[in-house]
Design a protein around this ligand. Sequence first.
Ligand SMILES: Cc1cc2nc3c(=O)[nH]c(=O)nc-3n(C[C@H](O)[C@H](O)[C@H](O)COP(=O)(O)OP(=O)(O)OC[C@H]3O[C@@H](n4cnc5c(N)ncnc54)[C@H](O)[C@@H]3O)c2cc1C
Length: 329
Amino acid sequence: MNPDRTARPAEPSSAIHLKGRTIPLAAGESVLEGLERAGIEAPSGCRAGTCCKCMLQGEDPPAMSQRSLRPTLRAQGFFLACQAYPIGTLELSSGEAPEPIDTVIQSVEAVAPDVARILLRPEDSFAFRPGQYLDVLHPSGALRSYSIASLPSDQVLELHVRRIANGLVSSWIHEQNEGQRVQIRGPFGQCFHVADDEQKRLLLVGAGTGLAPLLGIARDALEQGHKGSIKLVHGGLQPDRLYMRPQLSELAETWPNLEVEHCVLREATEQEHEGPLDQVAIRLAGSLENTRAFLCGDAEIVRLLQRSLFLAGISSAEMFADPFSPASP
Ligand SMILES: Cc1cc2nc3c(=O)[nH]c(=O)nc-3n(C[C@H](O)[C@H](O)[C@H](O)COP(=O)(O)OP(=O)(O)OC[C@H]3O[C@@H](n4cnc5c(N)ncnc54)[C@H](O)[C@@H]3O)c2cc1C
């Protein structure tokens, strides 16, 4: 029971709607209390908006029930059920995994010795935020995640897939041809741009195919009118591992607030900075004041970036990361 409820004015006809069932809420009753009264199992903990165990997803939840959540969660309709006192009917998400949909391969283009840029045309509606990821379904039933580099307005899903030696799904998708069908499921993930402060500096750092979500996030921010500086640092072992440089240069020429930098661990030419990606990124960023960071790619490198950027002054609330962890066997 919320301690404030006696002070809360009675709200007209509040209800929640879940899987075809409407549950009316009594005056001053939270969504969590309403679910429990209706006999619907709902996880909960502190009931004070702190532990977040009662987090649910819905359509336009009350702003008060979202205020302690990260902006990406707010943008996806997540809220704390113990803090939610809706006015009108709040539609709750069923929490079920999205159904797979068919896509048709538009192209598979080699952009580096081991990386293909794959364009998929969805045959059904597929709403996503650039930078989120989807699961590709292999005919064996295996699922692998790949990040989305394109914008919804592109009408195709752009993936950058690195072929892993003996890798089941990455090798298979590299060998697919134009016109073949691939099933996908999603989208998933919290690593995307939210236009809550157009002056914020954005620092995007990624290794290898970590470029895919970063490209999507950078383009999305620019298209949404972001005014603050956007610095994208793409890292790789050596220069030939850095791909799509012409496209990145073209993007940086089009948008004056976007800067693209390249970083390698060895054999740098005058086109790249040499050194560990975390140190180079921090040096190139200059000031980290009012900065939001997006970190993507190899899981170990992402962990290193998170640690180094935190120590350099970026709070964990302003860090959005997608570590590309291998699928469990
Ligand atoms: C959120 C998320 C987003 C991702 N986005 C992308 C993306 O945009 N582009 C992309 O290329 N990949 C991405 N990945 C990784 C991808 O999901 C697969 O793990 C990868 O393609 C390998 O799958 P596979 O079936 O080819 O290899 P598997 O059959 O799963 O593995 C074969 C062998 O290779 C090893 N292995 C797997 N991955 C690696 C690796 N990276 N380095 C060395 N050995 C490895 C495995 O441990 C295993 O021994 C992402 C992963 C996650 C979790």
